[in-house]
Design a protein. Structure first.
Length: 284
């Protein structure tokens, strides 16, 4: 199908983009990679009056890996994330998750900011960002503010971002050297959203684990930061109990084309055990 009529603007700076939103944010959509919004517009599920295209803002594509913090511009593509050697060394969980998003065509165009910011619980990066304890930097004409990924998601396609704000970068505490990681995803076919997926981050601590975090994808109306499950894995830990708790924390809808709720909760437990085992094996 063909989208309805809309106005189009392509600013060359964050200041220009936020000024446009300050002037007029009513039914104005911000375009990043376009992998979600363009499809919705073609299906007439979304009908923005105006699009503000961020693809002319080069500063939003930068990836910086520091000693203590990683900063990723919101317009960095999944392809960039996968192929940045310094990022892969510092935080391999990001590349592992990005490589499982859709297909190469989508990964070349889709952005990490767009995937994280639009509030779709089926997207992969929201749960990963929660596991990484990331912060989202939001810019408006009045300045910047930061929101924890764990506080950002409010409901299906509903987030803390105001209409006049743009996600400009993502800040991630650099994981400790020798940490373990995994993103395990089950989907019906290549290019599909996850039926369920689990992100795990942990660090070996003596005979057990510390700094444990679990994130769950597409098993509730928001991405799930499975804190209670992570607590069960700390210290000597119990992977079976942690996986079972992750399944309890999942809240999938009873009727869903990807399977009934009982099946998807069972799948979370299976994927969590696999992800925990993989992360533990990688930890040094």
């Amino acid at each position: 199908m063909i989208p309805g009529k809309f106005a189009y603007a392509k600013p060359s700076s964050v200041a220009e983009a936020t000024a446009m939103l300050k002037e007029d944010a009513d039914e104005v959509y911000v375009l990043a990679g376009g992998q979600s919004i363009i499809s919705m517009m073609k299906l007439r599920q979304s009908a923005p009056r105006r699009l503000i295209d961020l693809n002319g803002i080069d500063e939003l594509r930068a990836i910086e890996v520091g000693a203590d913090e990683i900063s990723i511009g919101a317009m960095a593509t999944q392809h960039q994330v996968i192929n940045d050697a310094k990022l892969a060394e510092a935080c391999p969980l990001l590349a592992e998750a990005a490589a499982q998003i859709a297909d190469p065509q989508v990964r070349y165009r889709g952005t990490i900011g767009g995937n994280a910011a639009n509030g779709d619980q089926a997207n992969d990066m929201p749960a990963v960002m929660q596991a990484l304890d990331a912060e989202y930097v939001l810019a408006s004409a009045d300045g910047e503010r930061s929101v924890k990924a764990r506080d950002f998601y409010e409901g299906g396609l509903e987030t803390e971002r105001a209409e006049n704000e743009i996600l400009v970068r993502i800040k991630i505490p650099r994981p400790a050297a020798g940490h373990g990681w995994a993103y395990v995803k089950q989907k019906r076919k290549t290019g599909d959203y996850a039926t369920a997926a689990v992100a795990v981050l942990l660090r070996k601590d003596g005979g057990g684990f510390a700094d444990v975090a679990l994130g769950l994808t597409n098993v509730a109306d928001v991405p799930v930061c499975a804190t209670e499950a992570a607590e069960l894995l700390k210290g000597p830990g119990d992977a079976e109990a942690a996986a079972a708790k992750a399944a309890e924390l999942a809240d999938p809808p009873e009727m869903d084309p990807r399977g009934p709720a009982e099946f998807r909760r069972h799948l979370v437990a299976v994927l969590a055990k696999e992800a925990i085992a993989a992360a533990a094996a990688r930890a040094k």
